[in-house]
Design a protein around this ligand. Sequence first.
Ligand code: PDD
Length: 303
Amino acid sequence: MLYLNGQFVNRQDATISALDRGVLFGDGIYEVIPVYSRKPFRLDEHLHRLDASLAAIGLPNPHSIEQWAALVLETIARQDFDDQSVYLHVTRGNAGERDFPFPADVAPTVMINSSRLVTPTPAQKAAGVKAISHGDFRWLRCDIKSLNLLPTVLLREAAKRAGCAEAVMFRDSWAFGLEAASNGAAQSAPQRYLSEGAASNIFVVKDGVLLAPPKSQLMLPGITYDLVIEIAEANQVPLEIRPISEAEVRSADELWMTSSTKEVLSIVMLDGEPVGDGKVGPMAQQLDTLYQAFKQQVMRGGD
Ligand code: PDD
């Protein structure tokens, strides 16, 4: 069963209009919330990010945080599996015509679906995964969790064709408001900086220090990113939050991707070159152990 515009319906009966602005323009917002043992993880944080994304595109939030929480819990209860991935989706609705500016008095389309949670396999966690790199050709408001996911589709397809799990993205320094680095050479190539993964945030480890790019309009403020930083700080892991150059990524000891469904997953190969020694590094193991312990304690009551 999924929730669509006020009611729970069978998936095969869940239809929306061909003229929905989500279909025509990708004019909407989404969220993905992991659920362990039927408990949504960091629900409040996800619902507040949904609210912030809706506000950023001028789409009034159709529900209060409490109403959303109740609907999410009801959606979870209606599934016959325990670990879930809950998908929230709000569009600017169906105005009956294809006209770009916001329509007046149109009800938003609201959908909540839940599927089985697929987290990395033990083999992937033990060996790490491979990634390609790519120029970040998305727009300049990647802090909004928008339904416009064509770049993500293209990037993940390119990664898949290369036998990789993710695309790690870089943008030119100007996008970050940074000067191009000068290495003394008059004609040096413009420096690029790490933004994020196609559907994840990216962390770097160098010389025992965890590096994270600062939040900006160029990346999604990841809920997992926040938790990894929280855990690192609580456990005295040396941490620097600052712009990370492409050169630093390419000479990293460790590279990780983080997301609600991938959790903390090591990237051990970038563009066919090993990251560090090409194995899952000690800091990734430490953070993952702490992350799993936190999850266990919060979500599964320590059992
Ligand atoms: N993606 N950056 C991007 C571009 C993302 O799409 C995601 C998540 C993240 C990580 O955010 P979080 O830790 O809050 O999941 C970062 C989800 C999982 C998706 O699109 O399926």
